[in-house]
Structure formats: structure tokens, C-alpha cells
Design a protein around this ligand. Structure first.
Ligand code: NI
Ligand code: MN
Length: 231
């Protein structure tokens, strides 16, 4: 089995370790009052980006240019990253439904219903989520910023081990729709994200977890920023 751990760094930023190889999701640490670490302290192998909003790419360019890590994003964001100084071979542009093999894991870009402009106003292409498949076949679904959509059932058909879902409401699905998403995805474990960072997305994590326990088959894992869940 692959040793897989998931550390929440705050908001939608996770440090996913697969046998010592690491994926950083949607890096937003500078400007997040609850960030568990500083951007300068991270040296990931790969950064995966779901969409172009500042609370998902805020530290993308800084970390990618300092470390020379790989970046996977949609083609528009990958192209933008190169213009911002990320090395061309490191910026991998993919598109909806496509899978990229990182060597130590595979990343499939899934649909998401949201928007995706970049901080400087550049068109950011379609928003996405992604499914990370470990070498042993276990799957982590990171939904990105999205509304509920019925095709989550199709992703659930793949057999999701861990689903990471936004619950903050206002900019993404809220608690009620996240419960419906869990029913469509049927993950073993569900981890909430994109809540409590700012007042408009305040949610009660414990109350959410109780609903997951009573209304779905999944096990909720509510992390505090800095905490790690080991699969
Ligand atoms: Ni967004
Ligand atoms: Mn967001």
C-alpha cells in the first residue's frame, strides 16, 4: 500500500504525501489568517491548481519559481504561470477530463461549476476539481470551488476513498448541498474545506460532521489547520 497522508494547511490548501512524494493543492497561505505554515517553508514536488481565484493561486508563483516544482493547471492558468516566471517545462496545462501522470500519482481534472478569472483579470479558463490516484489505486477527490452537480455520481462510481469538499457556502456549495454531494460520491471519508477563512464562509465543522454521520455512510474528518489525516 502507498503511505498516504493529507495535511490541511488552511482554506483549500492541502499537503498530500504519497510515499514521500508531495502534492500541494491550491496554495493560499500569505493573507490567510489561519494558514498553518508559511509559503516559504514548503518545497512540494507538484502544485495542483483548481482555478484562477486569488484564494487558490495566491502563493502559486512564489512557491513554483522558488522551488522549480511541477505545476498542473488548466491550459490557461499554466500559460499564465509561464508568463509569471514559472519554467515552461514545469507548467503542465491539462483540460477537463484529462489525466496527467506525475510519475508518483495520477491527476485527473474533473468538472466544477464556478468561475475562474486570475488575480490580474486574465481569463482563467474553466474551473476544475481533481482526482488524485495513488500508485495502489486509492483515490482522493478534491472538488475545488464548486456547486453541487449530479455528475458527482460518476466520480463516485470510480470508488473514492477520500472526498475533500467545500462547505463554506456563499462562493461554493454550502452544508446542505455538501451532504447531498457525499451521497452522490459515496466516499469512505470526507474532509471539509473552504470554510471559516473569512466571515462570509463561517460554518460549524462539528455540526457538519454530525450531519455526515447521521445522514450518509461516510466518515467525516474535520481537521484544524496544521492537522494531518493518514489514510
Ligand atoms: Ni473561487
Ligand atoms: Mn475560493
Amino acid at each position: 500500500m502507498t503511505a498516504v497522508s493529507i495535511r490541511w494547511l488552511g482554506h483549500s490548501t492541502f499537503w498530500i504525501d504519497l510515499d514521500g512524494k508531495t502534492i500541494l493543492t491550491d496554495p493560499f497561505l500569505s493573507g490567510n489568517p489561519f494558514a498553518a505554515v508559511k509559503a516559504d517553508d514548503l518545497t512540494p514536488d507538484t502544485i495542483c491548481v483548481s482555478h484562477g481565484h486569488g484564494d487558490h493561486v495566491g502563493d502559486l508563483i512564489g512557491i513554483a519559481t522558488r522551488t522549480g516544482c511541477k505545476v498542473t493547471a488548466n491550459v490557461e492558468i499554466a500559460r499564465w504561470a509561464v508568463k509569471q516566471g514559472v519554467g515552461q517545462p514545469n507548467a503542465v496545462g491539462v483540460n477537463t477530463g484529462g489525466t496527467y501522470n506525475l510519475g508518483f500519482a495520477k491527476v485527473k481534472y474533473t468538472i466544477a461549476f464556478h468561475s475562474s478569472s486570475l488575480p490580474d483579470g486574465t481569463y482563467g479558463g474553466m474551473p476544475h476539481g481533481y482526482i488524485i490516484t495513488a500508485p495502489d489505486g486509492r483515490k482522493i477527490y478534491f472538488a475545488g470551488d464548486t456547486a453541487l452537480f449530479g455528475d458527482m455520481r460518476l466520480y463516485g462510481d470510480e470508488g473514492i476513498d477520500v472526498a475533500i469538499l467545500p462547505i463554506g457556502d456563499h462562493f461554493t456549495m454550502g452544508v446542505d448541498d455538501s451532504i447531498r454531494a457525499v451521497k452522490l460520491l459515496s466516499p469512505r471519508v470526507v474532509i471539509p474545506m473552504h470554510f471559516n477563512t473569512f466571515p462570509p464562509i463561517a460554518q460549524d465543522g462539528a455540526a457538519w460532521a454530525e450531519r455526515v454521520r447521521t445522514e450518509t455512510q461516510a466518515t467525516p474528518v474535520v481537521l484544524s489547520p496544521g492537522e494531518t489525516y493518514t489514510l
